[in-house]
Design a protein around this ligand. Structure first.
Ligand code: TXA
Ligand code: MG
Length: 317
């Protein structure tokens, strides 16, 4: 008899979710699909469970995690919601917005989940599998992207297997992530100012409209790291990546966009939402290709293009 070796990949149906719940409750980790990218979920109230996440990712522990909740009521038990936070939750939850807010005194959260900061990053996801897992566990779940620290984020179960392998016991396969890049992170400061810590599927425009003012200037270089977007090298495909390329050199794997084609295209039609959805899958394929280098066609900065270009710049750094 051959023993089943981790990772076990199960369809993200009722049986898969039922298999994930006891692992989570026993301080384990499970990779779960969300609408942005696959997350590595563990209970956020347990230091041992959070340590499992850091260990599996090989993540530096100054980097705090996003805590996922099933609804606003659960979020309000963990952090202080002012009028701005309530408006953002009303407009964008469930969905790809993470809010950094002051953590409530006595909130049942492991200290390591926010790396000792007085704040907490909260997101209410829209993916039915992640929502079902949150409700079945009855606990807030910490979930960073389900990849080794610094590597390209996963938008499929196969990407998780390739990056984490046996470091994760169970992966729920829910197909490709629809948004394809991580949530937009907004920090609401006491006194009315706010900062965009990471661009993402929800654009600056709608957030600025809703809050009635634009974000504060980006933190000066060397300031305390608040989001991985501020770590210059991230999402690394493991080989040199050239941006704004209109053609490929002979040793380059070309990722095209719009009228510029390549071995793969982010979107032949120049559709930025499609490009976001395909970004990490293209980077994973380019990383596995024979060519020692990668070239990527230019993308416009508008809308979600800004978030895609942010990821590409960091992948190239
Ligand atoms: O789309 C997403 O947000 C995905 C899916 C799985 O939900 N999750 C995700 O989590 O991207 P993660 O841990 O890879 O990125 C969250 C980032 C952290 O790296 C951290 O720098 C920032 O959010 N963050 C977390 N807590 C924070 C805090 N208290 N203050 C400032 N930034 C914080
Ligand atoms: Mg990540």
């Amino acid at each position: 008899m051959t023993a089943i070796k981790p990772p076990v990949v199960l369809p993200a149906d009722a049986d898969g979710i039922a298999a994930a719940v006891p692992i989570i409750l026993a301080d384990g980790i499970v990779a779960v699909p969300t609408e942005t990218v696959y997350g590595l979920a563990a209970r956020a109230d347990s230091a041992a469970a959070v340590a499992e996440i850091y260990r599996a990712k090989g993540r530096p522990d100054f980097n705090p995690l996003i805590v996922h909740v099933p609804d606003l009521a659960a979020a309000e038990r963990l952090a202080v919601f002012d009028d701005r936070a309530l408006r953002l939750a009303e407009a964008f939850w469930p969905g790809a917005l993470t809010m950094v807010l002051l953590r409530r005194a006595g909130a049942p959260l492991a200290a390591a989940v926010s790396a000792g900061l007085p704040t907490i990053a909260l997101r209410c996801p829209s993916h039915p599998v992640m929502l079902a897992l949150l409700l079945r566990c009855g606990l807030p779940l910490a979930a960073p992207s389900a990849n080794r620290s610094g590597a390209v984020s996963p938008t499929s179960a196969a990407h998780v297997v390739a990056s984490l392998g046996a470091r994760v016991p169970l992966i729920l396969d829910g197909g490709s992530s629809a948004d394809g890049i991580e949530s937009t992170i907004v920090a609401l400061r006491p006194g009315g100012a706010w900062a965009l810590l990471r661009p993402g599927p929800i654009g600056l425009g709608p957030i600025t409209n809703l809050l009635g003012c634009g974000p504060e200037q980006a933190a000066a270089e060397g300031a305390q790291i608040e989001a991985p977007g501020q770590i210059m090298s991230h999402y690394a495909p493991g080989k040199p990546l050239r941006l704004n390329a209109s053609y490929a050199d002979s040793d380059e794997f070309m990722i095209g966009f719009a009228e510029i084609d390549g071995q793969l295209s982010l979107s032949p039609d120049g559709d930025l939402a499609e490009a976001a959805g395909r970004l990490y899958a293209c980077l994973h394929e380019a990383a596995a290709a024979a060519q020692p280098r990668i070239a990527v066609a230019p993308l416009p900065e508008d809308g979600i293009g800004a978030a895609i270009n942010d990821r590409l710049r960091r992948a190239a750094a």
